[in-house]
Structure formats: structure tokens, C-alpha cells
Design a protein around this ligand. Sequence first.
Ligand code: ATP
Ligand code: MG
Length: 425
Amino acid sequence: MELITKAPRGTKDILPEEIARWQHVEKMILRVCDLFGFTEIRVPTFEHTELFERGVGETTDVVNKEMYTFLDKGGRSITLRPEGTASVTRAVLESGLYGGALPVKLCYLLPCFRYEKPQAGRLREFHQFGVELFGASEPAADAEVILLASRIFDAFGLSNVKLKLNSIGCPECRKAYKAALTEYFAGRAEELCDSCGERLSKNPMRILDCKSPVCAEIAKGAPSILDYLCEDCAAHFTKVKELLTAAGAAFEVDDRIVRGLDYYSRTVFEFVVDGIGAQSTVCGGGRYDGLAGQLSDRELPGLGFAMGLERLLLTLEAAGYQFPAPAVCDLYLASAPGAENAVVALAEKLRGAGLSVQTDLCGRSIKAQMKYAGKIGARFSAVLGGDELESGKAELKRMEDGEKFTVTLAEESQFVTVIKENCNG
Ligand code: ATP
Ligand code: MG
């Protein structure tokens, strides 16, 4: 028989020893969302394939090369979500959330799926934290979304994360810009990689996003979108920069940032880290005022970002971030033969009083139970047997130094007090 003990390539279990880090990161992130008034939304893991084809764009790598698409048993084309924005926008349109108080401010923590070549910081199933804000076209909204992302990095004390900012204008300003880009790249078409050869006719801005060093070098000399912004887009960009400066957020304007997805307009940005290897973009986002109109008959300005949680964790680990210690067992309650009923009853009472309590589930000897208590790092242990049940008292042993504290079995509050007051750490 062939063993089935290996997860598919590009997926990763999050094991018990790592979970405290994930939970900590998620908690910190959601706390920052609260500070800005963003509420969590949960959307389905799969959607109709057309949502991403139309929402993310058919000339993008995500749609062209990376989607997990299949026919379900009803013959419909279904895709595992490669990102959150299209789904969240679809949910806002479907639920009519746009009809309530505007702006709508949403955040999410979601697994995403992309068929990519797995490497450090690049998986086939990965996790995104993101926010989306709908119904506000003012530069203040752009600034707020960027400040939220910045505050997350600040909350972790990360100082090696840099904000890169650009504006890619509106479809109007892009017409002239795309023509200028096409002319520039056409002059060097021979040197571009195969994918960029194709991008040249379909969407020349994509070439600026190509990861091949040759294309990146050629892109350096390309015209800048900032020279092609219409008056409104230029004023919008100026105001975003002004607000960020007023809020004390450092940024660098980088006119090579165009983002990989088709739906962006005006403000785009990335947060980039030093020291986590090639996959250095931890967070990317921007404004996508045209997206709702591409999916429905309703125009609704929107913007947001997505942050890769695996890359955020890599960044925190590289920075030597001190994660809080994982939760440990307060008390291991060992049972002598015959005391099992009393042990299960007491353990339940103590859990009711807020202590984390573990007991024997394997029929072990007292000695083996104590060994297990040591292995799981229990703070205190106690043995319940005939003597304890008769006297109504037990001794709590502090595992780290063996010091003993006597407690009355009938008084749970004594257990709580002794354990809380006498555990070091
Ligand atoms: P990249 O250029 O690294 O492929 P992207 O532009 O495709 O990133 P987005 O679609 O903007 O990425 O997704 C937002 C964030 O999600 C990225 O900045 C990154 O942190 C994370 N991310 C994207 N793809 C992956 C992946 N395959 N594995 C892990 N994290 C990812
Ligand atoms: Mg990508």
C-alpha cells in the first residue's frame, strides 16, 4: 500500500508549535483594524471563474497561469480564490452593503490559492490579510488604508519595511501612457522575455512588473506614468502624499510600481522588506474605482491592500521579533488508581474557574503521569488519591522547583489564587 502522508506541493501544515505565532499575528492585525473601524468579512473559498477573469483581468499572470480552476459536478467552472478583492467586492454588490452607511470598511484573513513555483515566501496555498474600503473616492481614503497597513508594521515594531507609492492614473491618462510605453518597448522587443513579448501587444504596463532581470533593466528607461497623469489624477496623488506626510508616514515615490492586477487605478503601493530573500513585497494594494462597474451595473469606488501572512511571519522572524510564549497547562491533575471520578470532577470545577487543567487519558501509572506533566510543561501538578480524598486537601507542586502549596479540594478559588500568585512567568 502506498502511504498517504505527504501534503500537496506548495501547501504547508501549520503545526501546533507554530500556531501561537499565527494567532498572535492575527490578533494584532484585527486589533489595528478595530482602531480604524474595519470589520471582518468572510467569503467563500471558491467562486465562479468569471469573477476572477473579469475582476482580476485576463492579461494578468494570476488569471492566465496561476488559477486552480475546475468543473464541478454540475459542469460549472469554479476557481479557488487566488486573492480576496474580487470576492469581497462581489459580496458587497450582492448583499447591498453599499446601500447602508458609506464608506463600507472591511477586512479579511483568508487562504488563497495560486499555482506557482513554490519557494520561500511563495506557496500554492498561502494566507492573506487584506482590507477593502468602498464608497469613498477622496484621497483621505487612500491615506487611511495606507496608514492602516503602516500601523500594523509599527505595532510589531518593524522598521525595515518601506512604503513605495505611485499613481497609475485613470483609464484616460493611461491611453497616452500605454502608447508611449508601447513605442518604447517595441524598440527593444527582441530583448524582452517571451511573456513580455506577448504583454507588449496586450498590456504593456505589465512589462514594468516583470520579474526577469533583463526586462527590469529595460523597464528602467521606460517613460514614467507620472508624466502622463491628467489634472484630476495628479491632484489626487498630490493630496495623498500630503496627507501621508501630515500623518508622519514615510514613503518613497516609485513610478515602476504598477501592481500585477488589472483593476487598479490612481494610487498603488507596496510595502517592501529587506532581508527575507527574493519575495520581499509583503503587502500590495491600491485603488480600483472601476472594479464594481466591471462586475455589475453599479459604479462604486473602492480601494484596499493585501498582505501575505507567510511573508509577514518571515519578516518578523528575521527581525528577531519576540512572540508571546504559547499557552501552557496550569495544572496537571494526576490520579491514583480509584481516584479517576474525583479527578474528572475536580478538573471540571477548576476549568469552570478558569484554570487550564489536564488529566490522564491513557491509564498511566502516577510516575508516568508526572513524566507527561513535565513534557507538556505544566506549571503545577497534584496527585489525587485516597489520602487526599479523605483529608479534603491536596498539595500543588510547582514543577520548576518542587515547592509545595497546600489547598482545600472543595475550594477552587484557592487553586486559582495559589497558581496565579506563585507561577513565575
Ligand atoms: P508577487 O509579485 O510576489 O508574486 P503579487 O503581486 O502576485 O506578488 P498580490 O497579488 O499583490 O501579490 O498579493 C498580495 C500579497 O500576497 C503579496 O504582496 C504577497 O505578500 C502575498 N502573496 C502573493 N502570492 C503569494 C504566494 N504565492 N505565496 C505567498 N504569498 C503570496
Ligand atoms: Mg504573483
